[in-house]
Write a protein that binds this ligand. Structure first.
Ligand code: CUA
Length: 347
């Protein structure tokens, strides 16, 4: 069988193909950079570190990124040089240059990989070390799909909102009540898994006051994406005031409507699952609501904490987080209005 003859002008069409490939690569690169830069808006990033633990991660990330860019530039440069300046060079000696191939293809890449691996492992080990001294411990328990937060020394129990003093290394004691979760505040600390029947410790501190969003980083069921939390870092005097307020029992109702709300809370099923210290509600299945009105978010960062969102949540939380453990509440509109008014007053 006769093979088809090579078309004439092969070198020209090959050059055109190379130019097209180059233009295509450039277009994709621009598109990719454009897309990736859009990711940064409003989502917490490891590359905006606000504490020493995340600073180390960002430093390693940029070092690895720099090495990757350098290696890619060298490899692509060599390919382009071969494509444009050694075209038609058919007198290549297949046996010469073994030393160069071995050095550039094996020895140098191996050295780079070993160095970057060592840097990464060293960084992980350094981040696992407790900073000394550790000033305070906060106990975090993962639940599907919310976070219980305890300050054991102050007797404070809250949920999904963790207050810390700035510039203070805080030790987090992590456990789970059900499946594996992962606790992660990208701007403040590395990820740490919460494993059944095991207690893990991790350290976190913030350099500046601010609100830092955290997220469960291990798939834990249908509402995994709705398992967020917020870390509020504040000056130590403000933190002490917050902690003292949170350690108090629930405020007494001030108005008739709030009194009705407290009555609804104590006579309906709310208290079977939730605790409001100072009332007869002492359930332990759901978040402690003693100071729920002081929190900025509800349902582990899923909705803002205001009268409207809380009313929708209490009436039928399944429309917000299908599969969560709280069933729809059989309350009249008046009872719903009263109980939400009371809960919003619990600051
Ligand atoms: Cu908890 Cu994902």
């Amino acid at each position: 069988m006769q093979l088809p003859r090579r078309r004439r002008g092969g070198a020209n069409s090959a050059a055109r193909r190379s130019t097209r490939a180059l233009a295509c690569t450039a277009a994709w690169t621009v598109l990719l950079i454009g897309t990736l830069t859009a990711c940064g808006n409003d989502s917490p990033s490891t590359l905006s570190p606000a504490g020493p633990k995340s600073q180390l991660i960002a430093t390693i990330w940029w070092a690895l990124f720099g090495i990757s860019v350098l290696v890619s530039a060298l490899v692509i440069g060599a390919m382009l040089w071969a494509a444009f300046f050694r075209r038609g060079d058919t007198k290549v000696n297949q046996t010469s240059g073994k030393g160069i191939v071995l050095t550039l293809g094996a020895v140098i890449p191996a050295a780079i990989l070993i160095a970057t691996f060592g840097t990464s492992v060293g960084g992980i080990a350094r981040n696992a070390d407790p900073p000394s001294p550790t000033e305070m411990t906060i106990e975090i328990t993962g639940n599907r799909w919310w976070w219980e937060v305890r300050y054991p020394e102050a007797g404070v129990v809250t949920a999904n909102e963790i207050h810390i003093p700035v510039d203070t290394p805080v030790r987090l004691r992590l456990e789970t009540d059900d499946v594996i979760h992962s606790f992660w505040v990208p701007e403040l600390m590395p990820k740490q898994d919460l494993l059944p029947k095991r207690i893990n410790h991790v350290w976190m501190s913030a350099d500046e006051p601010g609100v830092y969003r955290g997220q469960c980083a291990e798939y834990c069921g249908a509402q995994h994406a709705h398992m967020a939390f917020h870390v509020v870092a504040e000056p130590s005097n403000e933190f002490e005031v917050w902690l003292a307020e949170q350690s108090e029992p629930a405020e007494k109702p001030d108005t008739e409507l709030e009194r009705e709300g407290l009555d609804v809370l104590q006579t309906s099923t709310c208290g079977t699952c939730h605790t409001v210290r100072g009332t007869s509600a002492d359930g332990e299945l759901g978040p402690d609501l003693t100071h729920v009105g002081s929190r900025s978010w509800l349902a582990a960062g899923a909705i803002p904490n205001d009268f409207g969102h809380m009313s929708g949540w209490v009436a039928n939380s399944q429309t917000v987080k299908p599969g969560n453990l709280m069933p729809p509440q059989q309350l009249s509109p008046e009872e719903l209005r009263a109980v939400v008014t009371y809960l919003q007053s619990l600051e």
